[in-house]
Design a protein around this ligand. Structure first.
Ligand code: IMP
Ligand code: MG
Length: 171
């Protein structure tokens, strides 16, 4: 597998993401909602770099089978109460944008005081929605990537670096 971002680059990118979030929110209490399962590694690293009073919840979505998108399902039972809270939605990657768009729409119906989004990765030229997360650590080329939480059929999430999945890896 070809390494796209090594551990040091990931750590630096997550630190910059945390710096931007810390300077945006200051000491304002924040509710983080991570999208399972891809955001777990980012969440673990990011929340330890945030300084404000923090609540951490999760929402589960699933849409992919292999590298193809399927129908999106959202399970929000473990999201925490977000009404009148400042909320930051966290995901691993912004690809077409439909996943975060749908989760965001669901969360807006619950009346948060504010709602912003942060992602580790934004895939260049893939978006089918007319907005972009307020916080993005890395813009990457249009390749299928795994590691640092991202999977291919539930494999490779534990790689400590980010790699491009190539035809040979799939076969
Ligand atoms: P979107 O709805 O197209 O923006 O897709 C977002 C979700 O698809 C992310 O939460 C990921 O779980 C998954 N995804 C998109 N691109 C990749 C990739 O390159 N590798 C692994 N997962 C991906
Ligand atoms: Mg995901």
């Amino acid at each position: 597998m070809k390494t796209l971002l090594d551990q040091e680059q990931l750590n630096d990118g997550v630190q910059e993401l945390a710096d931007a979030i810390n300077s945006q929110y200051g000491n304002t209490p924040l509710t983080i909602v991570g999208v399972l399962t891809g955001s777990v590694v980012l969440m673990a690293d990011l929340i330890r770099k945030l300084n404000m009073p923090l609540r951490v919840g999760v929402v589960q979505t699933s849409s992919y089978q292999g590298t193809e998108r399927g129908k999106l399902t959202i399970n929000s039972e473990m999201m925490l109460d977000i009404t009148e809270r400042d909320v930051l939605l966290i995901d691993d990657i912004f690809d077409t944008g439909h996943t975060l768009q749908e989760v965001r729409a669901l969360m807006h119906t619950l009346g948060p005081a504010s709602l912003k989004s942060a992602v580790l990765l934004c895939k260049t030229g893939r978006q089918e929605v007319d907005w972009r997360p307020e916080f993005v650590a890395f813009d990457i080329p249009d390749e299928f990537v795994v590691g640092y939480g991202l999977d291919y059929n539930d494999q490779y999430r534990n790689l400590p670096f980010l790699a491009c999945l190539e035809e040979a890896d799939i076969a």
